[in-house]
Design a protein around this ligand. Structure first.
Ligand code: EZ4
Ligand code: CO
Length: 402
């Protein structure tokens, strides 16, 4: 089998998606997600100008060799743009291999390790009352795990909270909008929020919370400690993770489980966190961390250190990424949980998929390959529109982590 063509499809059905399609001489093709929120065109250029010309004529069955060629062979290793491009190629090649084998992808990955995949959804509100209302709605929809984010009293707008009663979509502007942040007000409010959620909804529902990189290690230690009575499933991204060693300080102070890794693109970004048992869940996902091939390596490594998977699954990851992630989740031994932030109907209209939701759980479906595809004629109706993620400033104007 030979790769004879490949193309990049960019569309914006309510948000931007980049999709790679790899076509073979035997009529089989595969698709992979290549969306990097707010920097989509950089990946498009990386694929079109460099990767696609190198793929033509290669045997698509040699997934590992092509992965190494695009990683080692480039000299400039790692980085979100290159690794997202590699992920798209890798996902499309696993799709082709599974189609050639006439199997759903999870069968090629070792078969299923479980019957169904627990997902968590998002509940967010501008104030305590509306946040509690959204948690109640999620529980009514059958979710067994809910991520809770809430507007902070006295702070205008924050991460994870919709400003306009529409579904939360952070890349909301042509150029970045500016949010405000107060660590003090947040730290005073967050434990009260979770006390109320537990009081109202009891102990059985899994609760998650995303700190979104905004604290220092000692502040994160305080938060983790104060949230202990509400036994969170996890506290996500408590601090930026360039300094992996800094998690030791958080770990020494709290038993609240920690999840990190949605912005990582390499196994090396999480090596110290995993081998020193500084985290409980690794959030690397298919599209931003080099595809199924590297995700399998990360999961196997993590399994040695009691770390489970918790793949990122926000709406900026397309249904193609979601499909591939669900095959991975189904097969991997040390699965923890999968994020599910539902795409809008308009976004879903561009993609076909076989995965389905039943009562808090997903299954990837039995379609051949990963089971997701893009409808190019519908995609054409939604041209690319630049949209950036916000930036964040402290109340005195200092630029902070968003
Ligand atoms: O802010 O995917 O846990 N989910 C997240 C996401 C990220 C977006 C950035 O593109 O933190 O909402
Ligand atoms: Co997050």
């Amino acid at each position: 089998m030979k790769i004879i063509d490949a193309k990049v499809i960019v569309c914006s059905p309510g948000r931007n998606f980049v999709t790679l399609k790899i076509i073979t001489d035997e009529g089989l093709y595969g698709v992979g997600d290549a969306t990097l929120n707010g920097r989509e065109k950089a990946v498009v250029s990386y694929l079109e100008d460099y990767v696609i010309p190198m793929l033509i004529g290669r045997d698509p069955q040699r997934i590992e060799d092509i992965w190494q060629y695009l990683y080692r062979g480039v000299y400039w290793r790692r980085g979100p743009i290159g690794m997202t491009a590699i992920a798209a190629v890798d996902t499309a090649l696993w799709d082709i291999k599974a189609k050639a084998a006439n199997m759903p992808l999870y069968q090629l990955l070792g078969g299923r390790s479980r019957d169904k995949i627990m997902v968590y959804t998002h509940a967010n509100g501008l104030d305590l009352g509306s946040t509690l209302e959204q948690v109640g709605k999620a529980i009514d929809q059958g979710y067994k795990a809910v991520r809770v984010q809430s507007g902070i009293p006295g702070v205008a707008g924050t991460y994870g909270v919709s400003k306009n009663n529409k579904k939360y979509e952070p890349a909301d502007s042509d150029l970045p909008t500016e949010d405000t942040w107060s660590t003090e007000k947040y730290l005073n409010y967050a434990p009260k929020l979770f006390a109320e959620v537990r009081k109202q909804f009891g102990d059985d529902i899994h609760l998650l919370h995303d700190v979104h990189h905004r604290l220092t290690p000692i502040e994160a230690a305080r938060l983790g400690k104060e949230l202990e009575p509400y036994h969170l499933f996890w506290m996500e991204d408590p601090v930026p993770a360039e300094n992996q060693e800094s998690f030791k300080l958080i770990r020494h102070h709290t038993t609240t489980p920690i999840a990190v890794g949605e912005v990582f693109n390499s196994i090396h970004d999480c090596r110290e966190l995993i081998q020193n048992q500084l985290i409980d869940y690794i959030r690397t996902t298919v599209v931003h961390a080099g595809g199924i091939s590297q995700l399998k390596r990360i999961a196997d490594f993590a399994s040695l250190f009691h770390v489970k998977t918790g793949c990122h699954g926000a709406t900026d990851l397309s249904p193609i990424c979601m499909a591939a992630a669900l095959h991975f989740d189904y097969s991997v031994a040390n699965f923890g949980i999968q994020e599910h932030m539902a795409h809008s109907e308009k976004m879903e209209s561009v993609f076909t998929r076989d995965y389905r939701y039943v009562d808090g759980y997903f299954t990837p479906g039995e379609a051949i390959g990963h089971g997701a595809d893009i409808d190019e004629s519908i995609a054409k109706k939604y041209p690319y529109k630049r949209a950036c993620l916000p930036v964040n400033r402290l109340e005195d104007g200092t630029l902070w982590n968003w």
